[in-house]
Design a protein around this ligand. Structure first.
Ligand SMILES: Nc1ncnc2c1ncn2[C@@H]1O[C@H](COP(=O)(O)OP(=O)(O)OP(=O)(O)O)[C@@H](O)[C@H]1O
Ligand SMILES: [Mg+2]
Length: 466
């Protein structure tokens, strides 16, 4: 009986572990060693070593948190791992450093002005670590005794006995405390903390001395030591919120519920000024600390001249995050003007940037990346199929080859195979065109498509209208 129940629990757990696989889900960091030297293959990252080394230096700068408003541009051909490097940096920084990711085009589609959207992204990238001291009672529950009133109505009363390794005390319980003890299903043998200010009860786990009762509890039960010393303690709790969250909570028109819907609207300048002043005050009193994070703007060539000018200014604020941008454009028109500029970025902005460039991959790197992707997608692929796929990656693009992994695996499963073979890869290669063959096809059959503009007057670009 017990074994069957345990097996069931196991199954449920496996199901909840399934995650979706995204374009960059194999990236777990930058893959650097302690001396910031990139390992050839590590944490899902392959090659591109100069860029990774440079990103590592920036990472150190961000971790130190002293320098505000620096900006980095990652520039290189499509599919050379610019977004992947930025994601690696986010992973390496960990969850405690705010890392906001937006795409250059995003700021045009929100229900607010471009500059407001950028401002909100800036403030989402600055964390405020607020320290608070609270009084708590922490101990092991010896006994809970709840007396029901004899009449059957009226408030319940009761007693709670808690102990540490050194002392034991009995506390009187009121109605509210009884309710929360029942809600948390607290029993004798649990280690709990009670926040004195709010009355909130948190279960830390079961006492080790109760480990014998294991069978009755199931595998999730966490065992902890019985606390030492006094029952009453002062504890420092730390919350990390972003400046943007503080803005939204304090903006009278929105209220904190807007944080859930994301529909925060525009926030008034005065609100932000007040909050900056308040945060500065907390910092002076030692109650709060600033955690500067990162704002990553992908496809930055989509920003227009006004947005760039706003960024120039915003970066000079001492509450500015480190700005990382990425682009795959060469010399092109700056959006909103008729001027051309490298990467479509105005010269005065470029002047404030350090530029990391990425270069196309060699064959063995492409092979390695494809191999990692196969592992990520749980696809078994034969060695010669991988070699063919690598060739395809070299001749078309890395992205196209990555797409073929999933599709070839489906074809393989369809024929009830367990390992993707050369034929599976060939089959999907003929089913799905890459960009080059598709263009070729269009050139051959353009007459049969609607709106073909092959013979339209030169210079009429349809892609680049703003
Ligand atoms: N060095 C690398 N190590 C591991 N995976 C990589 C590496 N470089 C790229 N990839 C993977 O290859 C794919 C394409 O890379 P990515 O999206 O980062 O290119 P990009 O430079 O941002 O291109 P674009 O200019 O088109 O935005 C992604 O799935 C990415 O995770
Ligand atoms: Mg990209």
């Amino acid at each position: 009986m017990a074994a069957a129940a345990a097996a069931k629990v196991q199954e449920v757990r496996e199901i909840t572990r399934i995650e979706r696989i995204g374009a960059h889900s194999h990236i777990r960091g930058l893959g650097l060693d302690d001396a910031l030297e990139p390992r050839q293959v590590s944490q899902g990252m392959v090659g591109q070593q100069t860029a990774r080394r440079a990103a590592g230096v920036i990472l150190e700068m961000i971790k130190e948190g002293k320098i505000a408003g620096r900006a980095v541009l990652i520039a290189g051909q499509p599919g050379t791992g610019k977004t992947a490097i930025a994601m690696g940096m986010a992973q390496a920084l960990g969850p405690d450093t705010p890392f906001t990711v937006i795409s250059g085009s995003e700021i045009f589609s929100l229900e607010m002005s471009k500059t407001e959207a950028l401002m909100q992204s800036f403030r989402k990238s600055i964390g405020v670590r607020i320290k608070e001291e609270t009084e708590i009672i922490e101990g092991e529950v010896v006994e809970i005794q709840i007396d029901r009133p004899a009449t059957g109505t009226g408030a319940k009363v009761g007693k709670l006995t808690l102990k540490t390794t050194e002392m034991e005390t009995i506390y009187d319980l009121g109605q509210k405390m009884i309710e929360s003890l029942t809600k948390e299903k607290v029993q004798a043998g649990d280690i709990i903390t009670i926040d004195k200010a709010t009355g909130k009860i948190t279960k830390l786990g079961r006492s080790f001395t109760r480990a014998r009762d294991y069978d009755a509890m199931g595998p999730q039960t966490k065992f902890v030591q019985c606390p030492e010393g006094e029952l009453q303690k002062r504890k420092e709790v730390v919350h990390t919120v972003t400046l943007h969250e503080i803005d939204v909570i304090n903006s009278r028109t929105q209220g904190f519920l807007a944080l859930f819907s994301g529909d925060t609207g525009e926030i008034k300048g005065e609100v932000r000024e007040q909050i900056n002043a308040k945060v500065a005050e907390w910092r002076e009193e030692g109650k709060a600390e600033i955690v500067p994070g990162v704002l990553f703007i992908d496809e930055v060539h989509m920003l227009d001249i006004e947005s760039f000018s706003f960024l120039n200014r915003a970066m000079e604020n001492d509450l500015a995050p480190v700005l990382i941008m990425a682009t795959n454009r060469g010399i092109t028109r700056i959006r909103g003007t008729n001027y051309q500029s490298p990467h479509g970025i105005p010269i005065d902005m470029l002047d404030r940037l350090v530029i990391i460039s990425t270069t196309p991959y060699e064959e063995k790197e492409i092979k390695q990346i494809l191999k990692i992707r196969c592992e990520e997608e749980d696809v078994e692929m034969s060695d010669d199929a991988l070699i063919v796929l690598t060739r395809i990656g070299m001749e078309t693009s890395l992205r196209y080859a990555i797409q073929l992994i999933t599709t070839a695996n489906l074809v393989c499963r369809k024929r009830k195979g367990t390992e993707v073979s050369i034929n599976d890869v060939k089959r999907v290669y003929s089913l799905f065109l890459d960009e080059c063959r598709s263009t070729q096809f269009l050139k051959e059959y353009q007459q049969e498509f609607l709106f073909n503009e092959m013979n339209a007057e030169p210079g009429s670009e349809t892609m680049e209208t703003s």
